[in-house]
Write a protein that binds this ligand. Structure first.
Ligand SMILES: C[S@@+](CC[C@H](N)C(=O)[O-])C[C@H]1O[C@@H](n2cnc3c(N)ncnc32)[C@H](O)[C@@H]1O
Length: 261
């Protein structure tokens, strides 16, 4: 098992705030573990495990779980919270495993990986024949009501759309199924659905969400214009996403169970 001090890269995530204020991400995908159906003794990798909350739930089945993530801060917190589980730092686009796995699980992480073909290829290579790849990710039109005012406000702040980051990939069901099939998977289950997601923090919920998830944008925004961007997103999204008490993100999820042939 790795320990926090051995993770070499600086962190892009605020793991403690993620754990404190965004636990809904893992909580809302707990039934994805039913799709996985983990069995005692199976070797299962949780890809993009974050703070390890779902890794720990999977491990309750008796499966031997390893959590993998790219982010040092997430891994450090995961190792502290779940000392019985192995965590290691790796890029999901270039996974390496010592022995073939029974399953790879992933929640809310794949859409952060720009090279989707590389992810699916490396997951396929990590699985034994018949092994399962069970995942949920953002799907086509995910957070469209946030992204539109965010891109417009960034342009207004001096960062043209063509120069703005593309931190996420949100495939359609057809795109994802084709990608999986091209890498030797059979798609056994697939679901594409809206999941309106309330943010913590009342009126400040959108601000907090942007701070957590839109760092790629704030990093390239002139520092003295970021506040203006946040307010413009709030103004632009309010009618659709603020219910009078809280912000409710327009999450759209894509979930699949694919089996390696
Ligand atoms: C929104 S969090 C989800 C964490 C956890 N699966 C959950 O359900 O709470 C996304 C995670 O994906 C990880 N991630 C992003 N890109 C990655 C990559 N290329 N390889 C491995 N992990 C990655 C991030 O570091 C982060 O921990």
């Amino acid at each position: 098992m790795s320990d926090a001090a051995s993770f070499p890269h600086p962190s892009a995530w605020d793991a403690q705030t993620y754990a404190d204020d965004f636990s809904f991400v893992a909580a809302s995908a707990r039934d994805l573990i039913e799709w996985l159906g983990p069995q005692s003794g199976e070797k299962i990798l949780d890809l993009g495990c974050g703070t390890g909350a779902l890794s720990a739930t999977i491990a309750e089945s008796g499966a031997v779980v390893e959590g993998v993530d790219q982010d040092a801060s997430m891994l450090a917190l995961a190792a502290r919270e779940h000392p019985g589980i192995a965590f290691r730092q790796a890029d999901g686009q270039a996974l390496r495993v010592d022995a073939p796995l029974d399953a790879v699980f992933s929640n809310a992480a794949l859409h952060w990986m720009p090279d989707q073909d590389a992810v699916v290829r490396s997951v396929a290579a990590a699985l034994r024949p018949g092994g399962r790849f069970v995942a949920e990710m953002g799907g086509k039109r995910n957070i469209a009501a946030i992204l539109a005012p965010l891109r417009a406000a960034m342009a207004e702040a001096g960062v043209p759309v063509a120069q703005q980051p593309q931190p996420w990939v949100f495939p359609s069901p057809a795109e994802q199924a084709s990608r999986l099939e091209a890498q030797g998977f059979e798609v056994r289950r697939l679901a594409y659905f809206d999941r309106p997601s309330p943010f913590e923090g009342g009126m400040d919920g959108m601000r907090g969400w942007l701070q957590m998830f839109a760092r790629a944008f704030s990093a390239v925004c002139p520092a003295d214009r970021w506040e203006q961007v946040v307010r413009a997103v709030e103004d632009g999204a309010r009618d659709q996403l603020f219910d009078g008490e809280r912000w409710v993100g327009d999450y759209v999820r894509l979930r699949f169970l694919a089996q390696r042939v």
